[in-house]
Design a protein around this ligand. Sequence first.
Ligand SMILES: [Zn+2]
Length: 465
Amino acid sequence: MIFFPFVFEDEILYSAMARYHWISGNINPRASMLDMFGSPNVCSTVLFPANLKAFCERLPLTHKLMPDEIIDNHTFLPYYELSVPYERIIKIKNIMTHERGTSIYMSLGIAASGIKKGGLLKYCPICAHADSMKYGESYWHRSHQAEGVVACYKHECFLIESSVKLNQRHKFEMITLNNYIKSLGTINKDERKCSAKELFLAQQSHDLLNMKSRVFGLESIRKYYIDKLQELDIVTTAGRVRWMDLISRFTYFYGKEFLLRIDSYIAPGIEDTWLHKLLRFPRVTCHPLRHILVLGFLKENVFSLAASLTHGKQKNVRNQYKKIIKPTNTSAQLKPKLLRIDWEKRDKAIASKIALIAEEIKNTGPRLIRVTKTEIGRQLRMQSLLVRAIHKLPLTSKALNESVESLEQFQIRRIRRTVKRLIERQPIVLPWEVKRAAGLRKAFELKYDELIKEEIQKQVKQSEI
Ligand SMILES: [Zn+2]
C-alpha cells in the first residue's frame, strides 16, 4: 500500500479499512482486501479482524502499527479479557495475528452466553459531528459497539443504529460512517437523555475496553464478588449464597424491563441462570456485560475491581517476599513500600458511581430521601473521604454537584410522588390532601399551589390512558 489513513482514537480497524477503500477508489471491496491483506478472501468480521501480521507488513513505512497494538486499541478482543480464560485469549490473539480468522466468536464462547449479538454498527450523532469538525470526517467508534450499550459514554445521548451489519461473512461491504450519514441525508437525533443505568453500562464498557490490564483470573473475580456479597449479607459467613434474596434485590435494583432488554433477566426459582454460573463455576464463560451488571449492583466498577485485585496480588507478592527473607534481616529496604494512592484513578472510579447512586436513592422507598452529598457519601461508605480529600477528587466533586438535589427539586419530587400515590388510592384528589400528605410546611404551600394543581391534572389524565 502506498498509503493508509491514520487510525483515530477509539476507531475500529474496520472503519479505517473502509476509509481506505473509499480513498483508494476501488470499486470492489475484494480489491481493497487484496491491497490490505494480500488476499481477497480474508474473513474479516467487523469487530475481530484477522491476518493482522500480513496487514501490518503491507502498511506504508510511515505507519508503525503492530498487530498487538491494533488488537488492543482498535478491535473488540480487550472487552473479553476480563471474562474469558487467559489461554483462550492468547489463542485468539494468535488467530487474529496470523490466520485468516474464521471461528473467533466460537472461541470466545460468547455464542452460548444467551446475549444476542449486537448485529448492527452504532454511532453517536454528537461524536459524528464533533469528529468531522475536528478531523474532517467522522468514523465508527469502538466504544459504541459493545452489546447492550445504547448510549454514548461521552455525550450521554442515545446511539443510533445503522444498517451496516457486524457479521459480514456472506457479503463484505466497507462503508465509512461519513458516507453512511451522507446516504441518510439527515440524522434523526433522539433528544432524550439516557438513564443513569444506561450510562453506567456505556461508561463501563468504554473503561473496560481501555483499561491497561484486564486479566485477573476468573476465580479471583468470583472471590471478589463473594466477598462483596458477604458485606451485603447476601452470602453467609459460611459462604452460602442466599439466592432468593440476591435475585430479588438484583432485579429490584435494575428493574425487570431493563434486564429483559439486555437478555439478563433472572426469573425467580430457576437454579441454573448465568448468575448461578458466574458465582459457582467461573470457568463457564460469562458475557462481560453481565460482569458489569454485577459490579453495578455491588456499587463497584471495573476500575475498583482492578484496583482491588491488583492490590491483592501485590500483597501476595510481598508475603512471599517476606517468607524468603530471614526474619533477622531488618534492613530498611525490606520494609514493604507504602502504596502510593493514585488519586486520578480513584477519582475516576468514585465519580463513575455517583449518578447511579443518586438514582438509587431516588428510587428506594418507602421513605423519600433527598439526594445530598452526605447521603451519597453514606451509601458509598466514603463520607469522610468525600469531605477530607474532596480537593483531590475533581471529577467526583463535579459529579456530586450535578447529582445533588436542591431543596426545591426535592420538594417537587415529593409532591409528584404524593400525587401519584393518592391517585392510585382514591378517585378524586384535592390540593389540600396533597399538601398534607406531602408534609409541606406552611411557608412553602403557596409556592407550590399551581404546581400541585397541574400535577393532579396531568397524572389523572395519564392514569385514564
Ligand atoms: Zn458521543
